[in-house]
Write a protein that binds this ligand. Structure first.
Ligand code: FAD
Length: 601
């Protein structure tokens, strides 16, 4: 008998978990298939959730009823608000996590979820008829019927692992790669695939570290959870935070790496295979910035029940003996013992210009793609897309219009708009600088921006939504100065009066700035047909980064609209370019006027 589901999700990484939970919670009979049921929501790189702009996305997923924030709250071992010395618009929550606990808690969520089944197997091909996906075929030869498929295969498609010059197949270390699916995506679905690569760091034994030579990095004294639904006081009481530690590379480290660059796997691989620019390997850092004599290295615990420590900043594809030498050259790590070596991985991704903003493919109906397969990097970017792909696969099955978030209401909207309109030419990660409306899409107001949407999809319970509505009315009352008879914290919980007062003061602080921001954004939209001279000298603009100059010079856009569609060009770059062009225009006008006046005597 052929098994039948309404949605099949392929892959149980960060994207697949969000997608499958979302579909099941929408009441759809859902199956999630993964190569290895022991590695659900595994963190193969830094065991941390959130960070700059990424933390905002975790809060957005949570506000709409997604899972990542709540799991991170219960698996976190150190919590920090990054950028806390700057304004609340760029505050970004981050949690160092116990990676095993994270995976166990997410697996349990999937196992406990009604309407959701888990199957360990390999999907070998998609069954496509008349331009529409109808099912999947798995390694046993079994076929499974479905109305929609969400594909979230991460780094597994034709994954190949590199450690120095050693090379072997794998989707991650000790996990096999996905062998057959790429062929089906190309031949049955007409998708064009490319190759990207990424690296991870060695892990060492905590007992072999001399912490007296390093600087302790404590978590926040008053930590804040990601999830809007975590009861903060109780949560703080139960939380036992661990420390991270800071040390630095030095001239000896740079000598070891610099003298052996040709032995690293970073340069090998297929032509054009690119690694994340913003998460460079130590080899790339030393090659790119020869003038720098040291780089930060953070030693971060990987869990409560393990001695393994992650060396953040030491991403590498060097051979294992050189990794050991490099580590031992660093203060505090002179006697460090490696438990796992760092490595590089190369994998197939699908060009995101082939998907719509709903994340459905343009070529095959009812086939949705989310996560690293779309050319992004990072757990949060993956979870965000998995959530939206899940909602939209569900909506498609139910005959509803897709959910498309706007750039001015969420980072998730920006991520999807960026990759589907500009494509990617290297792994894409989120930054606050990609957001032209970043003063209004803050981490503190993610509930105000998105919880109504989560409720309308059916992912926020009636009980939680009632509390949220009470919180919103409390905000309005405080804003209007009606502070008598406000609800108690008990009535508001998990929201609180402290949170409401903080929110009102942030609103007040940003009101004027937000008006200016919105005017600037409108002006940018109006300026899209403005011409850029062919010989424009981008090198003249000091405030452009080297990357921005490079990209403008390569494309030489003819209009502001075209310039804004160049991959990795940020709204702030366009604002600077527009101001510069305006100044040039004013100067030309003045020159013409002066010339006429001079001629006239
Ligand atoms: C070595 C390494 C280094 C990394 N470094 C960084 C970094 O520096 N910075 C960063 O932000 N991110 C990094 N990442 C990326 C990060 O792990 C991913 O961004 C994130 O996990 C992607 O989530 P995902 O859900 O898209 O896919 P994954 O988490 O990769 O999950 C993919 C899932 O698909 C399943 N699967 C694949 N093919 C099939 C199939 N045919 N049938 C059934 N199941 C299948 C797998 O079993 C797995 O469950 C790194 C990853 C690796 C492996």
């Amino acid at each position: 008998m052929v098994r039948k589901y309404q949605v099949v999700v392929i892959g149980a990484g960060h994207a697949g978990c969000e997608a499958s939970l979302t579909c099941a919670r929408m009441g759809l009979k859902t199956l999630i298939i993964t190569l290895n049921a022991d590695s659900i929501a595994r963190m193969p790189c830094n065991p941390a959730v959130g960070g700059i702009a990424k933390g905002q996305m975790v809060r957005e997923i949570d506000a709409m009823g997604g899972e990542m924030g709540s799991i991170a709250d219960h698996a976190g071992l150190q919590f920090k608000i990054l950028n806390s010395s700057r304004g609340p618009a760029v505050w970004s929550p981050r949690a160092q996590c116990d990676k095993e606990l994270y995976s166990v808690l997410m697996s349990k969520s999937l196992q406990n979820q009604s309407n959701l089944e888990i199957l360990q197997s390999e999907v070998t091909s998609l069954i496509v008829k008349n331009g529409k996906v109808h099912g999947v075929k798995i390694l046993t030869g079994e076929t499974i019927d479905t109305s929609a498929v969400v594909l979230t295969t991460g780094t597994f498609l034709n994954g190949s692992i590199h450690l120095g010059k050693m090379r072997f197949n794998g989707g991650r270390f000790n996990e096999r790669h996905s062998t057959y699916l790429s062929k089906s995506l190309a031949e049955d679905c007409g998708l064009t695939l490319g190759r990207f690569k990424t690296t991870t760091t060695p892990r060492i034994n905590s007992l072999s570290i001399d912490y007296s030579k390093m600087t302790e990095q404590l978590g926040d004294e008053k930590p804040r959870p990601f999830s809007h639904f975590t009861k903060i006081e109780q949560w703080r009481k139960n939380l036992k935070q661990l420390s991270c530690w800071l040390t630095y590379t030095n001239s000896k480290t740079h000598e070891i790496v610099g003298n052996n660059l040709e032995l690293s796997s970073i340069d090998i691989g297929e032509v054009g295979s690119k690694s994340p620019r913003y998460c460079p390997s130590i080899e790339e850092k030393i090659e790119r910035y020869p003038e720098k004599t040291s780089h930060h290295i953070f030693a971060e615990p990987e869990g409560y029940n393990t001695n393994e420590v992650y060396l953040n900043g030491l991403y590498t594809g060097l051979p294992f003996d050189l990794q050991q030498q490099m580590i031992n050259s660093i203060a505090g790590l002179e006697n460090a013992k490696v438990i796992r070596y760092g490595y590089a991985i190369e994998y197939d991704y699908s060009n995101p210009l082939q998907i719509k903003k709903s994340l459905e493919t343009k070529t095959i109906e009812n086939l949705f793609l989310g996560g690293q397969i779309n050319g992004t990097t990072g757990y949060e970017e993956a979870a965000a897309q998995g959530f939206i792909a899940g909602v939209n696969a569900g909506f498609k099955v139910l005959g509803k219009d897709p959910l498309i978030l706007a750039r001015n209401e969420s980072y998730i909207g920006i991520l999807i708009d960026d990759i589907t309109t500009k494509g990617v030419d290297e792994p894409y990660r989120m930054f606050t600088s990609r957001a032209e409306y970043r003063l209004s899409i803050r981490n503190d107001n993610s509930d105000l921006r998105l919880m109504d949407i989560g409720y309308s999809i059916g992912l926020i319970s009636n009980k939680a939504y009632k509390k949220f509505k009470l919180y919103k009315s409390t905000l309005s009352n405080i804003e209007e100065g009606k502070t008598k008879n406000l609800p108690t914290d008990e009535n508001l919980s998990p929201w609180s009066l402290e949170k409401a007062n903080e929110e009102v003061s942030i609103h007040k602080k940003y009101k004027g700035y937000i008006e200016i921001q919105n005017k600037m954004a409108d002006k940018m939209k109006k300026n899209k047909d403005r011409k850029i001279p062919e010989d424009f000298d981008y090198n003249k603009i000091d405030s452009f980064s080297a990357e921005t100059k490079q990209r403008f010079i390569k494309v030489r856009p003819q209009t502001i609209g075209q310039a804004s569609r160049i991959y990795a060009i940020k709204p702030s770059d366009i604002a600077i370019l527009t101001i510069y062009l305006e100044k040039q225009k004013q100067k030309k006008r003045k020159d013409v006027k002066r010339n006429i006046e001079n001629k006239n005597g």
